[in-house]
Write a protein that binds this ligand. Structure first.
Ligand SMILES: O=C(O)C(=O)C[C@H](O)C(=O)CO
Ligand SMILES: [Zn+2]
Length: 276
């Protein structure tokens, strides 16, 4: 697993494009027959992709974590962005259709990713955070997730946030996770922007045409930078950074957060006057 260290905003102000990408962008999480992972020291989140082939794939990384098994001191949120797949958590099977989410509790010794049909392979995106308590492993479809309607056609940001793992949904120790779907011709997410100094956040952009790009904005509000992002790429947002994007075509994204509090609404809005 690759490891990324936390960066101070003063250092980030001076980064060129390649350095920004090296530090914050995960460009190839989804490789057939592999589990790919990236460990960020921003709230010690692990972000990954698993694309099973014939025999399935186990979630493991003893060298980086130095624990007896992956979820010994962690919890895990998984979302399937591919064809129907199965996750076996200590032998208990969960079938995940596209956009279904599975929370896997701390203490689960074995996590196995499988396809239902190799002709339409599953693509599992996952985020793992540190956990202090054993909670309940639970699956949730998008139709059961808590919707929040935001934005307008006029502002090109009409969208619905579906919250899966949060205080009023699937319970976790600190992981919060959901998916945002934009209406046709609404291109902006998270604008007006916000920060939340108590939590880091990771986005995965997906459901994009090969030629579509997201211009994703990060940085302190008065020192913004951008990254040009392709389909199925993931970007880290440190707690001091805005995280907002505009697509050249349609897209969906999964957001996941970890940190101090467990309050989705704890966002400090950034006014347009502040953005530079
Ligand atoms: O579209 C949005 O706005 C979002 O989905 C924002 C994320 O949910 C977020 O940044 C939560 O802190
Ligand atoms: Zn946020």
């Amino acid at each position: 697993m690759e490891v990324r260290h936390a960066r101070h905003f003063k250092e980030v102000e001076r980064m060129n494009t390649a350095e920004l990408r090296e530090n914050f962008l995960m460009e190839s999480l989804f490789q057939k027959g592999e589990v790919k992972m990236s460990y960020t020291h921003e709230d010690r989140m692990i972000v990954g992709g698993a694309v099973p082939s014939d025999n399935g794939l186990y979630l493991e990384d003893p060298d980086t974590l130095k624990t007896d098994y992956f979820l010994e001191r962690r919890e895990l949120g998984i979302v399937n962005i591919g064809g129907t797949g199965r996750v076996l958590a200590d032998g208990v099977e969960y079938e995940l259709n596209t956009k279904d989410c599975l929370y896997v509790a701390k203490g689960t010794k074995e996590v196995l990713f499988r396809n239902v049909d190799d002709a339409t392979p599953a693509k599992f995106y996952f985020v793992s955070t540190l956990a202090h308590e054993v909670l309940v492993t639970k699956i949730m479809g998008i139709e059961e997730a808590t919707p929040v309607h935001l934005g307008s056609v006029k502002e090109s940001n009409k969208r619905t946030i579906y919250k899966y793992i949060h205080a009023d949904g699937i319970q976790s120790c600190q992981l919060m996770l959901g998916m945002t779907l934009l209406e046709d011709n609404s291109m902006w997410n998270t604008m007006p922007a916000h920060i939340h100094d108590r939590r880091s956040e990771i986005y995965l952009y997906f459901d994009m045409e090969p030629n579509t790009r997201i211009f994703h904005f990060m940085g302190k509000p008065e020192e913004t930078r951008h990254l040009v992002i392709k389909n199925e790429q993931s970007v880290i947002s440190p707690s001091w950074s805005i995280h907002s994007g505009i697509g050249t075509g349609s897209y969906t994204f999964i957001w996941a957060m970890a940190g101090e509090n467990y309050t989705f609404e704890d966002m400090e809005g950034v006014s347009m006057e502040e953005l530079k």
